[in-house]
Design a protein around this ligand. Structure first.
Ligand code: UDP
Length: 241
């Protein structure tokens, strides 16, 4: 894909889950988490890092959960995608409130609220210094926002997907349950499969592996970690070819 990216500028795609936005509340959007996340994104942008953002919707709705009670999965996933638009709207407003430029794009068309997602426009906006929030997931049911994040990172010619999680990387075992669990600094896609490690869902992981899109798993709660990850310093675990 032809790149219009300014070669001096790094371009990243941050994936944050809806759950992260709810903070300790467990549901909805926590204003402090929203404000802190927007502040962190602004700081990274001020270092010249072009920043795209994909937000999940799990703090509001997940299609698969209602399916278990017999609800139609397609309608449920559409509700999940709408949830990501709500989170995206909240983040756009917060970024603008803090003095940033931000455009909310969605693959799942809601023309009166969002701009229709287009890769070329997204790249232009990123080059102009705007944050681009991509809501609506992939626009299709049966996918996750992790898959949408990898897909958009490839389309937008990003250097990496930064997957924000509760832990500061990929471990050999669950570090909460196993104190001997070891954190990896780098892994190849093949090693992740061979060691049966969990980085992203299979569809997202396969897409990243096929297009050699690096995935960096890091903790958004660790002070300075997002800045280090965004600027390409050692932080978290990087999975690549
Ligand atoms: N979803 C979908 N297609 C997509 C992305 C998301 O149908 O491409 C729906 C799906 O129902 C999913 C919900 O939106 O459960 C919220 O996304 P996700 O579970 O990925 O959010 P997160 O766990 O990151 O908060």
């Amino acid at each position: 894909m032809a790149s219009e990216q300014n070669s001096k500028q790094r371009r990243i795609l941050l994936k944050i889950s809806g759950e992260a936005l709810s903070g300790a509340d467990g549901f909805g959007i926590n204003p402090k988490v929203l404000s802190d996340t927007a502040k962190a994104i602004r700081e990274v942008q001020q270092q010249g890092v072009q920043t795209a953002l994909v937000i999940g919707g799990g703090n509001i709705f997940r299609g698969a959960e209602l399916q278990r009670t017999g609800f139609d999965r397609v309608a449920g996933d559409q509700m999940g995608m709408l949830a990501t638009v709500m989170n995206g709207l909240a983040m756009r407003e917060e970024l603008i409130k803090q003095g940033g430029n931000c455009v909310l794009m969605s693959a799942y068309g809601i023309p009166s609220i969002t701009t229709q997602y287009q890769a070329r426009l997204g790249r232009e906006l990123l080059n102009s210094g705007s944050c681009v929030i991509i809501a609506g997931g992939s626009g299709s049911p049966f996918f996750t926002t992790d898959t949408a994040a990898v897909l958009r990172a490839i389309e937008l010619d990003c250097s990496e997907v930064l997957k924000a999680t509760k832990v500061d990387g990929v471990y050999s075992a669950d570090p909460v349950k196993d104190p001997t669990a070891k954190r990896f600094e780098v892994l190849t896609f093949k090693e992740v499969i061979a060691k049966e490690l969990k980085v992203m869902d299979l569809t997202a992981f396969a897409l990243a592996s096929e297009h050699n899109m690096p995935i960096r798993v890091f903790s958004m709660n660790k002070p300075g970690a997002f800045m280090r990850a965004a600027t390409g310093e050692a932080e978290g675990t990087v999975v690549s070819d």
